[in-house]
Design a protein around this ligand. Structure first.
Ligand SMILES: [Fe+2]
Length: 155
């Protein structure tokens, strides 16, 4: 089994513990949506697609498990470190890269490292494109416009 598949199996089991069906469905859709977007963005930028996708699968898990978004990025990074330590799918440098991306992913108005930026951008792509009729959040507007330019989405 690939490591991404193995991680997804773990995340799926965690998400399946959520008892509100609507919330569970949107959690699954969001993590898989961000995971796909992260792979695409990492490929375009010559970065590790697997690590990007793994970070995306874990990035909001803390919020889903606890039902709270308070400091969810920082707490989510701690949770990811715990999970990756248990699953032993990544080496130290990869764990750092994943946890750093999760730690910074809510800081949409600042620029961090290349993999941190992949996760932020993937999150924004999912927020903005899963329902194009919705208004783009103000803090995501500039980033979404940059992404549209980068990917030639000029419609
Ligand atoms: Fe997210």
């Amino acid at each position: 089994m690939s490591r991404l598949k193995e991680l997804r199996k773990y995340v799926d089991a965690e998400l399946n513990k959520m008892d509100v069906t609507d919330k569970r469905t949107s959690a699954i859709a969001h993590l898989y949506g961000v995971s796909l977007a992260a792979t695409m963005i990492a490929k375009k930028r010559g970065l590790d697609q697997e690590i990007a996708s793994m970070a995306a699968m874990l990035h909001d898990l803390h919020a889903y498990k606890t039902g709270s978004y308070e400091d969810h990025a920082h707490k989510g990074a701690d949770l990811a470190r715990e999970i990756l330590g248990k699953l032993k799918l990544t080496d130290e440098a990869e764990t750092e890269m994943i946890c750093s991306a999760i730690y910074h992913h809510d800081d949409k108005l600042v620029t961090d490292g290349p993999m941190d930026e992949v996760l932020k951008d993937a999150d924004v792509i999912d927020h903005c494109l899963k329902d194009a009729s919705k208004t783009v959040k103000e803090k995501e507007q500039a980033r979404f416009e940059r992404l549209c330019k980068e990917f030639g989405l000029l419609g």
